[in-house]
Design a protein around this ligand. Structure first.
Ligand code: HEM
Length: 192
């Protein structure tokens, strides 16, 4: 692999993964250092909320909602899930009380990694398809319409479809485990 391919293909993927892990460790260390571990206990709530909010992209894609630029919403999906997952990881910290929350955490972590792989594949298919833009323009489409068409082409590209067969079930496994964790937390909550 030559230098530029390494820069385009490997650096963004590894870079985002390393930043993600480092941010988690730094967040946890800071909370422990300043004796603020109690903040971490509550970070799970906004974290989950951000992840749920990010799924607006899925609603837009599946035409449950009709407004909103899909490209912007996908960008938001990537940022909100990363930030939400970071909060959830700091919330989990290094405390081990029960198996279910850790299973949920592992599922979320795999979900994040698969998301990063998806973003990489999407960039790849976008590069492949950018040549199509010219074709659409030649067919008399406006610039905006051609860009929208290209966006939908890139997310339906073959490799993306295969990847989705992984990212989607992992999301459901994560959702089920997280829900189990949330329900048990409320069952054992001490209302005092
Ligand atoms: C808690 C973590 C995550 C969950 C629960 C999650 C969930 C989902 C779901 C359900 C979809 C399918 C949308 C649909 O086809 O309706 C999706 C698509 C996608 N996600 Fe994630 N995701 C997570 C993290 C991430 C991260 C961290 C990234 C990238 C940095 C990412 C990038 C993508 C991409 C590129 C798509 C594909 C767009 C498409 O197929 O249309 N995801 N995600």
């Amino acid at each position: 692999m030559d230098k530029s391919l390494f820069r385009i293909k490997v650096v963004p993927f590894l870079g985002s993964f390393i930043i993600f892990v480092m941010a988690t460790v730094v967040g946890d260390v800071v909370l422990h250092h300043f004796d603020l571990v109690w903040i971490g206990r509550y970070l799970g709530i906004p974290g989950t909320f951000l992840i749920l909010l990010s799924l607006f992209y899925s609603l837009r894609k599946r035409k449950v909602i009709r407004s909103g630029n899909p490209r912007t919403l996908l960008g938001l999906h990537e940022w909100l899930t990363s930030l939400g997952a970071l909060m959830v990881l700091v919330h989990a910290g290094i405390h081990f009380n029960a198996i279910l929350p850790w299973l949920a955490l592992v599922a979320m972590f795999i979900n994040v990694i698969s998301g990063m792989v998806g973003r990489y594949l999407l960039d790849r298919s976008r590069r492949h398809l950018s040549a199509m833009k010219e074709k659409y323009r030649l067919h008399g489409m406006t610039k905006d319409a051609a860009e929208m068409e290209l966006f939908w082409d890139s997310v339906t590209f073959e490799l993306m479809a295969k990847w989705r067969a992984v990212h989607f079930p992992i999301s459901f496994a994560f959702a089920a485990l997280a829900l189990g964790h949330i329900v048990t937390v409320f069952l054992f909550w001490e209302w005092k």
